[in-house]
Design a protein around this ligand. Sequence first.
Ligand code: ADP
Length: 265
Amino acid sequence: MEERLKQTQKMEALGQLAGGVAHDFNNAAAVVLAGLTLLEKRHARLLDEGGAEVRRLIAGISEGAERGAMVTRRLLTFSRRDELHAEDVDLARFVDDLEAVLMISLPPGMSIRAKVEGTTPHAHVDPGQLRTVLINLVINARDAMPAGGTISLGAEPGGAVVGEADEDRPPTAPFVRIFVSDTGTGMNQETLKRAAEPFFTTKPSGQGTGLGLSMAHGFAAQSGGSMRIESEPGQGTTVSLWLPASRNAATPPKPPGDQRQRRVH
Ligand code: ADP
């Protein structure tokens, strides 16, 4: 309990700090990008005189500022300045659609399967944020499988919420479990313990922000649910999010013969 309180306080403090920094940084990046646009518009001749070298430098500066702006957007999400707009989301369809999009962006030797179990209730969540969170989880799964493997993206009726929300306050509504699992490297005890800490990363500098899992955790908690990570070194990892089910809608299972996209496990 004490541990969790500390973690919450840390998240709050970091959230506020990140929000402030992100705001200032965003302004700075906007000034750089506006300056570059003006330079290109008004001084094209000067740039041409400078030759390829100048163009290359300008492109580098522009790319750096764009990257900075992207990190800023992630920080703003993390600091929860982004309000959640919950609506009824048909998770069976959501998972299928996301599978189709992600399938084409994975490297060779890696595949993704949608797994939808039985009658899956709709969830009451912010679909944009859910998409961002799931994409981050799939990127983690991809990074954990340098030799290739299979990523599963699934949804099923979740029963009661597990983890912290379970202890603090009994669930008042049914939940839907949505998960991403991989057959990758897994995590050792130390990494597993710290994985959802903000800014904790084991990735080489420049490749990880250490915000993916803490954002996922924040999103689940803010939506009224919870997150659990299960991982076994050498076996793989499963990250589950329990999200509140919508009270009035569910997608019935597809009739036999129409299961192409939604392989049931
Ligand atoms: P980042 O991906 O930027 O490092 P995350 O918060 O998403 O930040 O993850 C934190 C750390 O948790 C990762 O650096 C990695 O060590 C570990 N991790 C996360 N997902 C997985 C996974 N699917 N398999 C193995 N390790 C993982």
